[in-house]
Design a protein around this ligand. Structure first.
Ligand code: FES
Ligand code: FES
Length: 168
């Protein structure tokens, strides 16, 4: 089968690869690029485990072909933490509020939460539940996930307030 060269940016870093047109983005990210933080559950767009951000918007990488992402700017869960010793505030919140059990859904939940909080920094509980409604958690940990996203919203607001000197 013929292959095509794909160049894209993930987490601010340039990547390229030779891909068959049928290769899924989720498999390209995990198997070819080694970014295994993106999980694959259902492989048909239902569970949200494979969520990545494309230009800041959550997309299901199991529903996209790698060739479609030529020139794209993506973010995977590996791009959340600022460095190897610190966590992103959303990751801190999930850890502190026990927003995960087995952790399989967590990468997708974290990126979905990031996109939600960028769009709506102070969501209601209902808005959070709607925001994560496309992400399935097999451990039924939704209550603590919602609490974690509420905590993340407060952490991000505190950070914003600290950097703007309290001006709103
Ligand atoms: S693995 Fe992509 S939505 Fe389930
Ligand atoms: S924490 Fe196990 S699937 Fe969500």
């Amino acid at each position: 089968m013929t292959t095509r060269r794909v160049h894209l940016t993930i987490n601010g870093r340039d990547y390229s690869g030779e891909v068959e047109p049928r290769l899924l983005l989720s498999d390209f990210i995990r198997d070819d690029l080694g970014l295994t933080g993106t999980h694959v559950g259902c492989e048909h767009g239902v569970c949200g485990a494979c969520t990545v951000l494309w230009d800041g918007e959550p997309v299901r990488s199991c529903l996209i072909f790698a060739v479609q992402t030529d020139g794209a700017h993506l973010m995977t869960v590996e791009g959340l933490a600022p460095n190897e010793t610190e966590l992103h505030p959303i990751q801190e919140a999930f850890s502190e509020a026990h927003g995960l059990q087995c952790g399989f859904c967590t990468p997708g939940m974290l990126l979905t939460a990031l996109a939600l909080l960028r769009e709506n920094p102070n969501p209601s509980e209902q808005e959070i539940r709607e925001g994560i409604s496309g992400n399935l958690c097999r451990c039924t940990g939704y209550h603590n996930i919602v609490v974690a996203i509420q905590l993340a919203a407060r952490k991000l607001a505190d950070l914003e307030s600290a950097t703007t000197g309290g001006e709103r």
